[in-house]
Every structure is written in C-alpha cells, then in structure tokens.
Design a protein around this ligand. Structure first.
Ligand code: A2H
Length: 254
C-alpha cells in the first residue's frame, strides 16, 4: 500500500481435491456448491506455463470468500477486502466469508494450474510467504523464481520434517523461457551460482530475484505456449490478456 500501486495478476487455481484436514472440517455445506479457487498474486503471468505447485504460509489464516453465487476465492481477509473495493465481488463491496482455513490445513490440496503444462499440482508450505502482500497464496514457478526454487528444494530434502508427501513436490522445474546468460532454467542457475543455502538466505535470494527478473524481462524469449519464440516483454501482456479472457485471472492492485 505504497504511493505507487502495484498491478498484479491474480491467478485462479480451481480446487480439484481438498487435503484430508480440510475434508475433515466439513466446510462443504458452507460453500453451497460453489466452485472454489485458490487465488495467487503474480508479477510474472507469462511464466504460468511452468507452475509445478502452489504455496501457502502454513501459519497464515485464510478465508473462503463468496465471489458471487457460484464461485469462492481462498485468500487472506486483507486481500479479500481489497478485492471488494476493486469490484471483484457481487454484491458490490461486500466481503462474505464462508469459511476459515489455516495454511497448514490447505497443504496437500490438489488444484488446477491455470495455463500450466502440468495441469494439476499440489499446495505446499512456504514459510517466507508474507501475510501483508498479495493474496498470501503464491503460485510456484521454480524455473524462473529463485524463492520458489529454494523452497521446493528445501521441501524435497526434508519432506517428513515439513509433513508433506514426497509426491506433492515431485514436479521438476519446467523450462518456460530462455535467457542468453542463464539458459532455460534461470532460477536454478542463479541458485547455484550465487550459492543460495536455504529459503531463508534472504540476501542471496534478493540478488537472485533481481537478476532473474531483469534477465527474463529484458533478454528472455518464450520457449512454450501460444507466444513461443516471442520476447518475454512482448508475450507478458498477451499471456495476461489470454488468461483474463479465459476467466482464469483478473487484475488486482495494492
Ligand atoms: B511471482 P513483489 Cl516466475 N509473500 O510470481 C511472498 N511472496 C509473494 C507473495 C507473498 N504474500 N505474494 C506474491 N509473492 C511472489 C511468479 C514469479 C514471481 C516468478 C519470478 C519472480 C516472482 C511465480 N512465483 O517474484 O514483492 C510472487 O511470485 C519476484 C519479484 O510484489 C509475485 O510474483 O515484487 C512476487 O512475489 C511479488 O513480489
């Protein structure tokens, strides 16, 4: 909520199969037959082909909010209130919370990865998710996001410690775009060259994130999707528009 509002793309990831803990909460009757979507805020819509999973903060509280009479969104209350101000919900301006879920409970839920080459992925825990940014849900593209790659690597090393099934973290990074300096998997290349130690290695990760973003945006070429062969700079608004047109994304500012 700074001076310059940031324009995100919110990605709608439909719930295919809730985790066992959410099933045990018996929230189905509160949802009244609505389709439910986890909503992830991203600045890189052109990378959505490479989603391998989705992240929630395990100790963050999420709500399930009515969008209208047939859809509901899973996100933080804070972001639902912003969405209400931005005209996302019907009736206009109202925040109607149907259920509350902890991030820890949502882990293990199977969702549809909008525009993903792998069509269905799982929700995993990410301890560095900020409650105060975006929707509190982060879709994971480890090919191009150093944070996502660092957390996925950590979860794979210590699946039992993080209480996840190894198969939930089984999808490898998927090449989405190539950059002249880092090749087809920019984030894993930077993770290695900057010697990132863990998802909490914030100094190295901040540098990796900065380089990955600039390399991808200014020098990247799409390897997959409808805009394959085009520059990332050209493809980015086009992929975003296609996702919005398909009803799988919407604009969100904060
Ligand atoms: B980005 P900025 Cl491929 N907590 O999406 C932590 N991180 C969050 C978040 C939260 N509450 N909400 C969103 N994010 C992540 C894709 C991506 C992203 C790629 C590469 C870089 C990248 C796939 N994850 O972000 O602080 C989301 O991850 C690096 C800039 O508002 C979102 O875009 O600049 C980005 O951080 C927004 O970060």
């Amino acid at each position: 909520e700074g001076v310059n509002p940031l324009e995100y793309t919110n990605i709608k990831m439909e719930v295919v199969d809730w985790s066992t803990p959410v099933k045990q909460l018996n929230i189905a009757s509160s949802l009244a037959g609505r389709k439910v979507f986890l909503v992830a805020a991203t600045l890189r819509p052109e990378t959505m082909y490479g989603q391998t999973n989705c992240f929630v903060g395990p100790s963050i509280k999420y709500g399930v909010f009515a969008v209208n009479d047939h859809e509901a969104y899973v996100c933080t209350y804070r972001s639902a209130r912003n969405m209400a101000f931005q005209g996302v919900f019907t009736p206009a301006g109202e925040v109607n919370q149907l259920a509350e879920l902890s991030g820890e409970d949502i882990v293990g839920t199977k969702i549809k990865a909008a525009f993903g080459i792998v069509p269905e992925v799982f929700v995993l825990p990410m301890e560095t998710v900020l409650e105060t940014k975006g929707t509190g849900v982060v879709t994971s593209v480890p090919s191009d996001s150093p944070d996502d790659f660092a957390t996925l690597t950590e979860l794979r090393k210590k699946a039992a410690y993080y209480k996840i099934q190894p198969e939930w973290a089984a999808v490898d990074p998927i090449p989405v775009l190539s950059t002249p300096t880092y090749g087809e998997l920019t984030a894993p290349a930077l993770y290695k060259s900057l010697k990132v130690q863990s998802p909490k290695d914030s100094k190295a990760l901040a540098e990796a994130k900065d380089i990955a973003y600039k390399e991808g945006f200014y020098n990247g070429t799409m390897l997959v999707g409808e805009f394959k062969g085009q520059t990332v700079q050209d493809a980015k608004p086009k992929v975003r528009a296609k996702m919005i047109e398909a009803g799988l994304a919407f604009a969100y500012a904060e």
